[in-house]
Design a protein around this ligand. Structure first.
Ligand SMILES: C[S@@+](CC[C@H](N)C(=O)[O-])C[C@H]1O[C@@H](n2cnc3c(N)ncnc32)[C@H](O)[C@@H]1O
Length: 363
């Protein structure tokens, strides 16, 4: 099986786009749990400035790479993008951290034979990651070019990883793909440069203003992304952490998400929605997630007018039906929350209607 990103909206993107408002001057589409960045990419295509945020550095790198334009990734000092990728693919293998921890070589170091990558591929990943770091340190590439190459390296290693979709564990038997030779490929870069702000951090700290649209796609199961994508995170950061257990996990608990706990998810969502300044919020969720639809409805109605739209096959054929009518069949849905504008909120009766029927005055 090949790599997959849990909860990616690539399958549903066309239907999510149907609910995106047109871009506003100076405002941002904030993809606050950006993951792969497929939603931010679609918003950018509509003409939005985008802000991508995730608490995983690897996710922000992957999402950001989707938005890079030809002009931004000229690789002038290396003779162009293709030449940089050619050099990466030809870097002599190095027995480094990935080889030591995530290939069968690990047996000699920790007594566990980890089969994420063949020894040859692992040593080539080490060589490529080191070369990217060298280029960055010497000024041969800038930060955007560095991020693009790291994202391209993710693509290459995902094609040869011996996993069942995520890096939560490796397979005991080698797959055919994992025996292939790792190779980085150039991606199609964007023609136009988009204004992108990339933030690595907790969703509660993501900058947003009233005119922005915030898209929320929180985790909805107990699967913690920081542990499921630990190897990508290590490559993104470029460190050499103490790893442990059969899977060789880097320390990840600091990045554990409240949205992955059934007992905390509803409160976390409610606090998050109430802390945002944006007047329009789009929220993706699943009817199989920790938060039940009735509970979510109650919480979101406190924040403003909310409408639920079923997505997937049901949504495609009956786009205007609210999810509540079809809840038993729906699995993915999108909630559009429109907050009461502050001006309107201030527009409340200064005095309430009195018992004798006198209407109170308005500000
Ligand atoms: C369902 S995935 C998003 C998928 C994304 N929309 C896509 O289409 O690829 C949820 C994302 O939220 C991130 N995440 C979880 N808790 C977070 C938090 N507290 N702050 C920021 N990001 C968080 C995870 O790392 C993961 O990338």
């Amino acid at each position: 099986m090949t790599f997959r990103y849990l909860g990616s909206k690539s399958r549903l993107i066309d239907q999510i786009v149907d609910h995106m408002p047109p871009p506003k001057d100076g405002a941002f589409f904030v993809d606050a749990f950006c993951g792969t960045g497929v939603v931010a990419e679609a918003a950018a295509k509509l003409g939005w400035n985008v802000r991508i945020n995730d608490n995983l550095y690897s996710a922000v790198i992957s999402a950001g790479a989707r938005l890079i334009s030809k002009k931004q990734a000229a690789f002038k000092r290396l003779g162009g993008y293709e030449s940089a990728v050619y050099r990466l693919n030809n870097a002599p293998p190095k027995k480094g951290f990935i080889w030591r921890e995530y290939s069968p070589a690990s047996y000699d170091f920790c007594g566990i034979e980890r089969r994420y990558f063949t020894e040859t591929n692992a040593a080539r990943i080490d060589a490529m990651r080191d070369l990217i770091a060298e280029w960055r340190d010497s000024g041969s590439i800038d930060e955007l070019e560095e991020r693009l190459l790291i994202a391209d390296l993710f693509g290459a290693l995902n094609r040869v990883a011996n996993i069942a979709g995520t890096f939560g564990c490796f397979l005991s038997k080698w797959t055919t793909q994992s025996q292939g030779e790792i190779a980085v490929r150039c991606r199609e870069l964007k023609e136009k440069t988009v204004r992108v702000e990339a933030v690595v951090g907790d969703v509660f700290d993501v900058p947003n203003r009233s005119q922005d649209v915030v898209y929320l796609d929180p985790p909805y199961t107990k699967r913690q992304y920081a542990s499921y994508y630990h190897i990508l995170e290590t490559l993104a950061i470029g460190d050499r952490p103490e790893v442990e257990g059969v899977a060789g996990l880097r320390p990840w608990k600091e990045l554990a998400s409240d949205f992955c706990y059934k007992t905390r998810a509803l409160k976390a969502l409610s606090n998050l929605v109430n802390s945002l300044k944006a007047e329009k919020i789009l929220l993706s969720y699943s009817s199989e997630g920790h938060i039940s639809m009735p509970d979510m409805k109650v919480e979101l109605s406190k924040a403003g007018k909310s409408t639920m739209y079923p997505l997937g096959s049901i949504g495609r054929y009956r786009p205007n039906k609210v999810a509540s009518e079809t809840a038993s069949e729906v699995s993915e849905f999108l909630v559009v929350v429109e907050r009461v504008k502050e001006r309107e909120a201030d527009f409340r009766p200064k005095k309430s209607i009195s018992a004798d029927g006198l209407v109170g005055s308005f500000a």
